[in-house]
Design a protein around this ligand. Sequence first.
Ligand code: FAD
Length: 427
Amino acid sequence: TVSIFWFRRDLRLEDNVTLYHALQSKYPVIPLFIFDTGILNSLPKNDPRVGFIHVSLQKINTKLNSVGSSLLIKKGATIDVWEQLFQEFDISAVFFNKDYEPYAIKRDLAIVALAKEHNTLCFSFKDQVIFEEKEITKSDGLSYTIYTPYKNKWLERYKSMAPLVEYDTQNHFSSFHKNHFDFPNLQQIGFEESNIKVQPHNLAQITNYHETRDFPAMDSTSYLSPHLRFGTVSIRKLVNWAVQKNDVFLSELIWREFFMQILFSFPKVVSHNFKSAYDGVQWRNNEEDFKRWCTGTTGYPMVDAGMRQLNETGYMHNRVRMVVASFLCKHLLINWQWGEAYFAEKLLDYDLSANVGNWQWAAGTGCDAAPYFRVFNPDIQLKKFDEKGIYIRKWITEFDLGYCEPMVDHTFARDRAIATYKAGILK
Ligand code: FAD
């Protein structure tokens, strides 16, 4: 008889809440990862995120080997894999950390139902956030849709709690099941190496974050986003650090939880405007314009540098993400969903709640969004945040040799955007 701990977006052995509980259970714990074809089948063979998952699992497996255990890796539709697992093992309990995305909620409910058919209990705990679901609500119990009061309540709750403890799994590693399952290489999973890689995060180097974070050439943000996405770092560790060192950085971690609770409470935001009053906005949705945006050939250096950084590295600086998103929705009048989908394809840190939340923010359709009449001027953004042109020259190598003309005049595009939004917003 065994317990099974199922890794998903929590790819670490340290300070992993549900793993900690699994290791206290009566039976030896088999650590499991499933390459879910429900997600993988739509990805290109060299998707760098699959490579990152694979490398992260390898690291976990090496540590498990040192205590005589190993990861069980499976590939398939999760429900089919679990059907097989119930045939293969005598499973006393299944453990996994909670996940709040609509796909994951549905998947997990199906697994809980299947486990019940096999008289097996599932246990799952909060791990990827400090406050989940509806833990931070207004006094009437409704979800916050404005960030600042949410943040204030978040901080108030945080300060009133006992300090966050990190879960000491290490002392219980002897509870892992002793086995030696084969660890497949990327090709055996049906994927190939990509030359785009997740870079290590640089948390220790960001003490001046509040002063430098908006300047893309300074490269001074943490690069934590893919690590938070896949759980290779623990949010408790980061929050404990941020509380002591940098309030502005802490605020960004709270933005992450703000958008997560928005997605949980208003799952329609994935495919609909949060503010339905904006449903009447007549997007131009011009395919040629979209192509120029995607390829970084709009003639606006801040936009083009950002898109090229994204295409080449799977990452884009936050300030530049705001500029390119505003440009797509407002200058080009292309529905935010097109941009959201493109980012979802390319970003190493792609996270449904953050991506949808920020895209709707930029488009003006989201909760607590940028007002529709605020249209970033990409050239002013460039002057403010990359005055010497260091960032743009890094990504636009032909910049000084003859770079393309702007595809649309800023003043014309701004006026058109404001008029179009104004006409479309339902009173
Ligand atoms: P840092 O500045 O070091 O921030 C630390 C952490 O705080 C980040 O890793 C992230 O987890 C969180 N964070 C920071 N800013 C935000 C924010 N605005 N919203 C939510 N969380 C935030 N972030 C994603 O993780 N995944 C996405 O798919 C994503 N899509 C975005 C789309 C658009 C149009 C915009 C404008 C922003 C998007 N962001 C997304 C938010 C932000 O740009 C990235 O989190 C950040 O650039 C990642 O770099 P970093 O880890 O160095 O950030």
